[in-house]
Design a protein around this ligand. Structure first.
Ligand SMILES: [Zn+2]
Length: 177
């Protein structure tokens, strides 16, 4: 019910209340003819292993799902590449320098935030870091830890896409790249 087409009542360009559902994921303004589509926002998630083959997971400092398990990463900015987003997010969140990255898989996700459903397409990258010994949690993460992906309780990971990357992709990744 919190799908954007059910939430938005007024045209964001002209303010008209003649802003109506015109498709499964679109709205049209019958005053100024603006057409608005609900699209999926692209985001990146990073799988990083240490020398012992443990996976780096973070704890969210902010809602949605504050305190729950996540992977480092975040939304891709407009006009930014996924690779640039990986480098920027890892620098912001962990002060990590990226030595190497490989694209692995993508999964869709949806979550409820500030009264509206947000759709994302999460892209997973395997990342080899250049400075694993000097990481510092910053920005929207409160802490990080190294875990065995096989031992994680799936209920600790709220986002289905991130759960898939940790439980289904990470255990099959080679320990070293
Ligand atoms: Zn309008």
């Amino acid at each position: 019910m919190a799908h954007p087409v059910n939430v938005f009542k007024y045209c964001p360009r002209c303010g008209s209340d003649q802003f109506r559902i015109s498709g499964a994921r679109s709205l049209t303004c019958y005053s100024c003819s603006l057409q608005w589509y609900t699209n999926s926002a692209a985001a990146v998630a990073c799988l990083i292993f240490n020398q012992e083959g443990k996976l780096l997971v973070t704890r969210r400092a902010i809602d949605p799902d504050k305190g729950k398990m996540d992977l480092p990463g975040g939304f891709i900015d407009p006009m930014e590449s996924a690779e640039e987003a990986v480098r920027r997010e890892l620098k912001e969140e962990l002060n990590m320098e990226v030595k190497k990255m490989v694209y692995l898989a993508s999964r869709p996700n949806e979550y409820f935030f500030s009264g509206i459903t947000v759709f994302t397409t999460d892209l997973a990258f395997r990342v080899v870091a250049g400075n694993l010994d000097v990481l510092t949690p910053n920005d929207d993460i409160s802490s990080f830890e190294w875990i065995d992906p096989n031992e994680v309780d799936p209920f600790e990971i709220p986002a289905p896409s991130i759960r898939y990357f940790i439980k289904e992709i990470a255990p099959h990744e080679p320990k070293h790249r």
